[in-house]
Write a protein that binds this ligand. Structure first.
Ligand code: AMP
Ligand code: MG
Length: 327
């Protein structure tokens, strides 16, 4: 079974081809083009969707070429139907619908957040993990129970990715800024106290963002270091409580912020205390990519034959805990 997956929820337009054989999946290609907003600015949905339209055909043909397949070899096509930015989501949906209707290929709308998790499980071998999903669009702690991912903690305002990106832009980095902040933070070890806000098992980052901006004048490096230490400690506390409660023996980090080494370091300590195995999605596949969507579509294909074109959709705020997972 060969699948084609299309991702276009935010800054990335990506197509990937995966060959599925039983429980195994082999990524044959994963091509991406990323929209970069001007320095100091966030994603403009219309500009990002224009970027996706302009790049969609080249990404698709490169992806097929690298996988050494033609469109005739593709058994199913999947696209990210949400959550995400409406204008961006529509580009991926249009490309998928066009291929599905012209070439008569079964089509699968996929939840982007579930895509992050399923690809993380495939690539790390985690079986039944507590999942930390930390990206531009999400900050959630999740565990699977009775056919659904259940939320054991989430952000009450901005996501961890937004915290890093908004702070980074305020000090002159171009979005996405996570890696720049990580690099600058590694040059400091001076902690400046910042607001630490855990409510129940949820976190709130907006006060931390404002306070970090106010300490930046003294030293950008100290501010980056203190921001990371505070935000990651908040995440670690909530992950630790969720581990005690669920008694899961595996922790899996997925999403773009999973690339951060300091975050992994702190969470490894948490896992050690709980006798829990630690898994992190490989760097190349932590951020948004077509493979996430492709693999989830292939899993859904195990139990259903796709949806009719009339039933394809995009939903900007499609929560993953509203999706029933039957495969
Ligand atoms: P995604 O939405 O899954 O594509 O993830 C994008 C987010 O990951 C952005 O907010 C980036 O700033 C963040 N990110 C990428 N690399 C790193 C890193 N090394 N440290 C922290 N955040 C990162
Ligand atoms: Mg994402």
């Amino acid at each position: 079974m060969i699948g084609l997956g299309i991702e276009s929820t935010a800054h990335t337009f990506s197509c990937a081809v995966i060959k599925k054989n039983g429980k195994n999946g082999k990524i044959l290609s994963d091509i991406r083009k990323i929209y970069r907003p001007p320095e100091g600015e966030g994603i403009h949905p219309r500009e990002a969707s224009r970027h996706h339209i302009e790049n969609s055909s080249i990404v698709l043909s490169e992806c097929l070429q690298e996988a050494k397949v033609t469109i005739k070899d593709i058994d199913i096509v999947s696209y990210a139907a949400g959550p995400g930015l409406g204008p961006c989501l529509r580009v991926g949906a249009v490309v998928a619908r066009t291929l599905a209707s012209y070439y008569k290929i079964p089509i699968y709308p996929v939840n982007h957040a579930i895509g992050h998790i399923e690809l993380g499980k495939l690539l790390t071998g985690a079986k039944n993990p507590l999942v930390l999903l930390v990206s531009g669009g999400h900050t959630m702690i999740l565990a699977f129970l009775n056919k659904q991912w259940r939320v054991f903690g989430e952000t009450l305002d901005i996501t961890l990715g937004q915290l890093l990106d908004q702070f980074g832009r305020s000090i002159g980095f171009a979005s996405p800024c996570g890696v720049n902040i990580e690099n600058l933070a590694s040059t400091s070890s001076k902690y400046v106290p910042l607001p630490y806000s855990v409510k129940g098992n949820d976190v709130s980052f907006s006060g931390l963002l404002s306070a970090s901006k106010s300490i930046v004048l003294k030293s950008k490096a100290d501010a980056c270091y203190s921001l990371q230490e505070t935000a990651f400690a908040m995440i670690s506390e909530t992950v630790e409580r969720a581990l005690s409660f669920t008694e899961k023996k595996e922790l899996l980090i997925v999403g773009g912020v999973a690339a951060n080494k300091r975050l992994s370091e702190m969470l490894k300590d948490v896992c050690k205390r709980h006798g829990c195995k630690f898994f992190v999605t490989p760097l190349k596949f932590a951020g948004d990519c077509g493979s996430q969507i492709c693999w989830t579509g292939l899993l859904e294909n195990q139990i259903k034959k796709g949806v009719s074109l009339e039933d394809t959709f995009v939903t900007q705020s499609w929560r993953l805990d509203s999706v029933t997972v039957n495969y």
